[in-house]
Design a protein around this ligand. Structure first.
Ligand code: FAD
Ligand code: AMP
Length: 474
């Protein structure tokens, strides 16, 4: 095989590997270079998402939820199971095996789509060359197009020195081999809440320290308030307006100092997870003279079609602007691979769903009520509580609601917000509706099977016009 390719992708996370696969489907000669190594030193495709993010976190969220439901909910169903014990080693083994199955799947997909997968570090050189330092030594490859998909890495706080054992990042926190009695989490964002939930369900006392006064500012505040109430009931101690000043390991524990409106406080925990966000990862990616520009926050600068400032160099996923979400990166990767092949490609950045996989689950798409209000566009809202859903009640999952925000003038759906069972699945209907610029009337006139959770979306749409059947109109 010669070393000249149509496309070289650097990074095989959920932005890079779909770009490579689509390029293969488009009959382009493509290689994908990735340097990810797991804690045992083994290389694996899939990036953060498959190895240390979306997939392992969802595996543990599922296991820990089952544990918590067995403990607190089974008796309500009339199921008695006696003493419940936790086998964390088995739970972690399952998590690792789910990850392995998924990352191995990428090898198979690469093979099936003619993608040359290369394990090693890739560095873009001027003139669309890529220097690869891999297990098989060093080699310079050439390509007509290069796609940068190098992803992101956790932000570290200087005053909270990471040691990987007591003061840890999200990856370490997915691989704990014992349940910490006292767990501190810095940051009440999506990752902090998901990890806090996992370990709380398995028995940790969890304190989440969040610098902002407002809880989940990016979420519709009706939903955020409902979430806050449930998390409190679950025993997650979320302290808002609590800015961590420093932390230090002391013996087998971590001493944390934080400040809030009442002054300085200290807290001792057994493990401290720093979950204060992620930053674009470009270390060692760009040689001098490539012409690829970064913005002031370190993201690779791109236009709306993910073209960088250098000819035939593209960038997708967490390393470019926009929400740091796997599905956003995937769509960008596919778009770029299609554009390179001369096909149509577009990403609708206005309709990207977000999900927080807590219990209850939270999902949304489009604008929050607060954003629509601030825009000045007249609007109407409708909500439907899961307490009035027969299916949710049957599932013992009546907490939460679905909410729709629509334009008053032409009835267009502007935002859909769900907190409740399977919210992340339910939101897909709303995403499709918004992709088609649906009105609430379109959803109202769409038949939803009974009894299903999706009826909550239907009823929320009806509630927008005060026509809900199964609940009081709100
Ligand atoms: P990455 O997944 O970071 O992949 C980049 C890859 O490029 C890595 O394998 C890296 O090793 C490799 N690389 C970097 N530089 C080079 C180089 N020079 N040479 C070779 N290889 C290189 N998102 C969701 O949508 N849903 C979720 O439920 C979700 N849960 C998450 C949970 C956690 C705990 C975390 C940390 C993240 C989660 N995310 C979730 C975010 C999601 O993981 C990221 O948005 C996604 O992984 C970004 O994809 P990417 O391909 O841009 O980058
Ligand atoms: P996200 O960016 O969604 O992952 O969330 C990270 C959260 O961490 C944000 O809500 C930040 O406000 C919060 N955060 C950042 N630095 C600190 C700090 N020093 N102390 C407490 N919270 C912080």
């Amino acid at each position: 095989m010669s070393d000249v390719y149509d496309v070289i992708v650097i990074g095989a996370g959920p932005a890079g590997y779909p770009a490579a696969i689509r390029a293969g489907q488009n009959k382009l000669k493509v290689a994908c270079v990735d340097e990810w190594q797991n804690t045992d030193g083994s290389y694996a495709f899939g990036g953060t998402c498959l190895n240390a993010g979306c997939i392992p976190s969802k595996a543990l969220l599922e296991s820990s939820e089952l544990f918590q439901r067995a403990k607190d909910e089974f008796a309500v169903h009339g199921i008695k199971i006696g003493a419940l014990t936790l086998d964390l080693a088995a739970m972690q083994k399952r998590r690792a095996s789910v990850v392995k199955t998924m990352t191995n799947g990428i090898n198979a997909l690469f093979k099936a789509n003619g993608v040359v997968g290369i394990q090693g570090h890739g560095r873009l050189l001027p003139g669309n060359k890529v220097l690869v330092k891999g297990t098989a030594g060093e080699k310079t490859l050439e390509a007509k197009h290069v796609i940068l998909a190098s992803g992101s890495t956790p932000i570290r706080l200087r005053s909270v020195p990471h040691d990987g054992k007591y003061i840890v990042d999200s990856w370490n926190a997915l691989e704990f081999d014992a349940v910490p009695a006292r767990l501190g989490v810095i940051g009440a964002g999506v990752i902090g809440l998901e990890l806090g939930s996992v370990w709380r369900r398995l028995g940790s006392e969890v304190v989440v320290l969040e610098a902002l006064e407002q809880f989940l500012p990016m979420v519709d505040q009706t939903i955020a308030k409902e979430a806050q109430r449930h998390f409190k009931k679950q025993g997650l101690d979320i302290k808002l307006g609590a800015k961590v000043a420093s932390a230090a390991v002391s013996g087998d524990a971590v001493d944390v100092v934080y400040t809030d409106s009442t002054g300085e406080h200290s807290l001792q925990v057994d493990k401290l997870v720093v979950a204060v966000g992620r930053r674009p990862f470009t270390e060692g990616l760009l040689a001098d003279g490539t012409g690829v520009q970064l913005d002031e926050r370190g993201f690779v600068k791109v236009d709306e079609h993910c073209r960088t400032s250098a000819p035939n160099v593209w960038a997708v996923g967490d390393v470019v602007r926009g929400p740091m979400l796997a599905h956003k990166g995937k769509e960008e990767g596919v778009m770029v691979a299609d554009l390179i092949a001369g096909h149509y490609g577009e990403v609708n950045y206005k309709v990207i769903p977000s999900v927080i996989y807590t219990q209850p689950e939270i999902a949304w798409v489009g604008q929050t009520e607060e954003q629509v209000k601030a825009s000045g566009r007249p609007y109407k809202t409708g909500t439907f509580p899961f307490a009035a859903s027969g299916r949710a009640r049957a599932m013992e999952a009546g907490a939460g609601m679905a909410k729709i925000v629509s334009a008053k003038d032409d009835d267009e759906v502007l935002g859909v917000h769900v907190i409740g069972p399977m919210a992340g699945e339910l939101i897909s209907e709303a995403v499709l509706a918004m992709e088609y610029s649906a009105s609430t009337e379109d959803i109202q006139r769409t038949i939803h099977a009974h009894p299903t959770l999706s009826e909550a979306i239907h009823e929320a749409a009806l509630a927008v016009d005060k026509k809900a059947i199964d609940a009081l109109n709100r």
